[in-house]
Write a protein that binds this ligand. Structure first.
Ligand code: CA
Ligand code: CA
Length: 84
């Protein structure tokens, strides 16, 4: 395979990765953001996110180390939307 083939292949791989990027607000991974995700966020609402705690990092959509109204707002902005 020549360099052109490699570049084409890399492009395809990147395209697939980009396409499969999950929605951060889809917390139960059912490909949409809805009331279930809202309930999940409620359980961790107002918690601080210590560094290196993977469990909580996924709820902190704007990565400000707090799970609060800002993150709720991001979830609401995606509410009812399907993941691509
Ligand atoms: Ca969901
Ligand atoms: Ca946050």
């Amino acid at each position: 395979m020549g360099i052109g083939g490699l570049v084409a292949l890399a492009g395809i791989v990147l395209f697939i990765i980009f396409r499969q990027q999950p929605c951060p607000t889809d917390l139960n991974a059912d490909k949409k953001t809805d009331s279930i995700d809202l309930e999940i966020l409620k359980k961790v609402f107002n918690k601080k996110v210590p560094e290196n705690i993977e469990e909580l990092v996924k709820y902190d959509f704007n990565q400000d180390s707090l799970i609060n109204a800002s993150d709720l707002g991001i979830l609401i902005s995606q509410y009812g939307k399907k993941c691509k």
